[in-house]
Design a protein around this ligand. Sequence first.
Ligand SMILES: N[C@@H](CCC(=O)N[C@@H](CS)C(=O)NCC(=O)O)C(=O)O
Length: 234
Amino acid sequence: MELYGLSSPNVMKVRIILEELDVPYNHTYIDIFAGAQYTEEFGKLNPNRKVPVLVDPDGPGGPITIIESGAILIYLAQKYDRFLPKSPTDYYGTIQWLMFQMASVGPMFGQTNHFLRTAPAGNDYSRDRYVTESKRIFDVLDERLSESEFLGCNEYSIADIATYPWARYYEPNNIDISKLKNLQRWLDQIGQRPVVANVVAYWPALRAVDDHKKETADVKHIDKLYGRGQFSRA
Ligand SMILES: N[C@@H](CCC(=O)N[C@@H](CS)C(=O)NCC(=O)O)C(=O)O
């Protein structure tokens, strides 16, 4: 299998499941800081021009290309029959918390990261809105984890794999989770899985590559990435 990505949380999810499944894969680096997502070749893989993208040459009925990290997790869980329980209660529990990650955790935490670390000064309203929403979402996760050992149900599933890489952002974003005991318990539990611990351990090296590329990038590419300057359509 070929995984197109870099060091983002959405890509970390896919690396965690591939490594949990012990499926061999190649990782092709897509340099979004140099516009690699806008090539004709990449556009054929993902018209949304974002990573991760998974290409499985051995898909159902031939090679298959899958975009959207949540869809990739469902695909791999179903192909290898793991991390997506079959009983209706657990199946829909897992799907609904996976959807919560895709619709709320990822997009809101992503905006929080952007406004805390990337946006220029003078965006207090936007920054406060996303920090507030992120804190609310952390509370929701904590409440859910007060009634269930894992997010989707009482076993480790793709809902946990999807959410863990984003939940770790409480630290760099200075979000106080000291009162969120259920969330803390879950973060420890997931982080202690050998595969997860291994991915987390090698991640800073990947992150350093991205940080360097971002710092040395042509400002035009960064403006296009963030839809600003000459690329703003507002
Ligand atoms: N909903 C998508 C989000 C993917 C996404 O936003 N990817 C980012 C990296 S985390 C990206 O490729 N950004 C490049 C760009 O926006 O040009 C998923 O979960 O796969």
